[in-house]
Design a protein around this ligand. Structure first.
Ligand code: NAY
Length: 287
């Protein structure tokens, strides 16, 4: 996974008003983000509303995006499902379709043991030759360093997307597993911190909406211009906090529409911001 680095949007899935995958909008969003200079894509994760789609819709999104990207940047496909069998099916599809890596949250809902989780990642990794990036996310239960180390011993497991709100673990993972084990920081509010703790890249929701701010942050951190990086981070945080007051995938989709990018609608139970609410939102953004 060495070459997968930098600012990677957890790409939104573009739905039309009737909640169908909307190919034209999907392509428009991808091509807009490529023009902005993003360095990869992460598909059908949380921000991609992956768990609101069935398998064939998830595969459809993967095919559209891979076609639009045309190999210009690496594409990671989130194949997570509670059932190993479904995840393997999605992983095999991602491999056949030409993805560069797969990723998955651990199985959740039932109280799965570390043994179940280990087997889950091992079985998927054994089924394909793509590198697997484990996804540590609070909603599925944050995995501790011991379990992460065990998972890193699986042949295909090459990295972790670390979406926790503390970051010292990122340096610990790098120290204890090795610098070649890739770590992606997942909290957009703390991109600077994640990068400073040694993350190889950042994967997140708001890189759909304001990629330029985070590309700049990433560049400034590389150049050790931290005061300037933090100034942009603070500005980004204020936008994020404003968006988080509502269904923020919808906020990002309508805000992209104002910018001329047709990012469509969210799928229920998320709620679309429309009419008066949209006008108020817009007025707030301009303030
Ligand atoms: C994904 O799979 O969509 C992500 O990588 C998103 C990571 C996001 N974290 C969560 C818990 O969803 O981008 C962040 C998050 O939306 C952002 O920091 C705002 O809190």
């Amino acid at each position: 996974v060495k070459e997968i680095k930098g600012v990677i949007p957890a790409l939104m899935t573009v739905f039309d008003e009737n909640e169908n995958v909307y190919e034209k909008g999907m392509r428009e969003l991808v091509s807009y983000l490529l023009k902005e200079g993003v360095e990869g894509f992460y598909l059908t994760g949380s921000t991609g509303e992956g768990f609101l789609m069935n398998e064939s819709e998830r595969k459809q999104v993967v095919e559209i995006v891979l076609d639009e990207v045309g190999g210009r940047v690496p594409v990671i496909v989130h194949v997570g499902a509670i059932s190993t069998k479904i995840s393997i099916e999605l992983a095999r599809h991602a491999e056949a379709a030409g993805a560069d890596a797969i990723s998955s949250v651990p199985p959740f809902y039932w109280r799965f043991t570390p043994e179940h989780i280990f087997n889950y990642y091992k079985d998927i990794s054994d089924a394909v030759s793509l590198p697997m990036i484990v996804y540590n996310v609070p909603l599925a239960g944050i995995m501790g360093l011991d379990l992460i180390k065990r998972l890193a011993s699986i042949d295909g497991v090459k990295g972790i997307k670390f979406t926790a709100t503390s970051h010292h673990e990122i340096s610990m993972i790098k120290n204890e597993i090795g610098n070649e084990f890739m770590v992606y920081s997942g909290a957009d509010e703390m991109a600077v911190s994640g990068l400073l703790h040694g993350a190889d890249g950042i994967i997140g929701s708001f890189y759909n909406l304001m990629p330029e701010m985070f590309l700049k942050i990433s560049q400034l951190v590389k150049e050790e211009r931290l005061t300037e990086a933090m100034a942009i981070q603070k500005e980004a945080v204020s936008i994020i906090m404003y968006a988080l007051k509502k269904d923020y995938y919808s906020v990002m989709k309508v805000a992209l529409r104002w910018m001329g990018v047709d990012a469509g609608y969210v799928r229920r139970p998320f709620m679309n911001i429309q009419g008066k609410e949209e006008e108020e939102l817009k007025a707030g953004f301009i303030d």
